[in-house]
Design a protein around this ligand. Structure first.
Ligand SMILES: O=C(O)[C@H](O)COP(=O)(O)O
Ligand SMILES: [Mg+2]
Length: 414
């Protein structure tokens, strides 16, 4: 028995319920037919290589099959047995591994995956998902809100916590660390945790509302686990992980530990654009979101439907996937963040619906009257939207919102 590229292309093949089906867009190299490139994608991502191989009796065929070619789109079916149960790095070493750099294609993009139940069931999925709104904050009718103090790094521990306090009492639900704030000398992790949770308690007393803190535990895996334990011991409800830079293995290990403590995971996606920004190459944000759900994040940044400062692909489609059914697993709460301000909220929430977390950094702290006023403006805009009122009407009663709308209007920042 030998294996050659041709063995990985079968346009008559019908995927089974056990197969993981991946859709790729490919641009074959000069002189390479689509069929030849497509068969190489299936080969290199499963059990083939550039040379024809001889196999003997002690061999389980874990070959993938390209079963559909439609212009530059190809679909590849992978047998579930190719994948180690619950090992996301291993899955990605198949479906987004060597093929991303192989010369048979000038570009290749993993656009979408259809995950079989046999693969999904080996992952924990989120502990809370969008139920954080109700379970942590007791909120059912509105998006929850978050804010990142700005400047994103450099604030002292006391100043950072004070910004959190001002935002909480102004009406924000969640204080969030920025993606590059972890444990630096100007604002050490442990001090920040203690001081912020102390002011959180004050803000809860003052407002009568539940408040919480997304503290960034991102580091090497052992340090992340220590920080997760510390957050739980101090009475936090969440940890935040930069899931792309920390890596899927680290995230999976953190997810095991957060389960033990009942903590939720807020996932920041910094560096995702290295994979998904160029439309013809890499791994789509849609697939990164799917992987995040399997690995068990509760909240995930998914963009702002084109309204904010960051380049976005299909925010609405991704959010639908994250909140849709996946064999009964818990959903994920989408987080809209990056260049938002109150004037953009109606269009944003029209696009995403209200089962989201809305995060404003500059859109709160850049308010001419400061953080607390910025937080009041955000909350007023959210409440008006949920009540079905124009935010311009709410601005007549809430001067903080009027000032924000006057400053930013409905412009999309860059
Ligand atoms: O981490 C984030 O989500 C960003 O720092 C958002 O900041 P911005 O609201 O000022 O764009
Ligand atoms: Mg940020």
């Amino acid at each position: 028995m030998g294996i050659t590229y041709e063995d990985f292309l079968d346009l008559e093949y019908e995927p089974t319920d056990e197969d993981l089906v991946c859709t790729f867009r490919i641009d074959p190299a000069t002189g390479m037919s689509t069929e030849a490139a497509a068969s190489r994608v299936a080969s290199e991502s499963s059990n083939g290589t550039w040379a024809a191989l001889q196999t003997g009796a002690d061999f389980t065929d874990m070959g993938a099959t390209t079963f559909d070619i439609d212009g530059d789109l190809i679909r590849v079916a992978y047998p579930a047995g190719l994948f180690e149960p619950g090992n996301m790095p291993q899955v990605l070493s198949c479906i987004a591994g060597n093929i991303m750099g192989m010369k048979a294609v000038d570009t290749i993009r993993l656009l979408d995956c259809e995950w079989p139940e046999s693969v999904v069931s080996a992952y924990p999925g989120p502990l809370y998902g969008s139920s954080v709104r109700e379970e942590i904050f007791g909120v059912t009718d509105r998006p929850i809100t978050a804010t990142v103090p700005k400047p994103k790094v450099g604030l002292s521990t006391a100043a950072h916590a004070q910004v959190g306090y001002d935002a909480w009492v102004g009406g924000v639900d969640l204080l969030k660390d920025d993606e590059n704030l972890t444990d630096q000398a100007f604002n050490p992790f442990s001090d920040r945790l203690t001081e912020s949770l102390s002011l959180r308690d004050d803000a809860e007393d003052e407002t009568g509302e539940k408040k919480s803190y997304l503290i960034n535990v991102t580091a090497d895996t052992q340090t992340m686990l220590d920080r997760v334990d510390e957050v739980a011991a101090q009475g936090g409800e969440y940890v935040m992980v930069d899931i792309i830079t920390a890596g899927w293995a680290g995230l999976q290990t953190v997810r095991e530990r957060t389960e033990k403590h009942g903590l939720a995971i807020h996932a920041h996606r910094a560096m995702h654009a290295a994979f998904d920004r160029l439309p013809s190459h890499g791994v789509s944000m849609r697939v990164l979101a799917q992987i995040s759900r399997l690995c068990g994040v509760d909240q995930l940044h998914t963009g702002t439907a084109g309204l904010g400062k960051l380049a976005n692909e299909d925010t609405v489609g991704i959010n639908d996937w994250l909140t849709g059914d996946l064999y009964g697993t818990t959903d994920v709460l989408p987080v809209a963040s990056g260049g938002l301000h109150p004037g953009l909220l109606p269009d944003l929430l029209d696009a995403t619906g209200t089962n989201v977390c809305v995060q404003l950094g500059g859109g709160i702290h850049g308010h001419p009257d400061g953080t607390r006023a910025g937080a009041v403006a955000l909350r007023s805009a959210i409440d008006a939207y949920v009540e079905g009122r124009p935010i311009t009407e709410a601005a007549e009663e809430t001067p903080e919102l009027a000032v924000a709308l006057d400053k930013w209007g409905t412009e999309t920042p860059r």
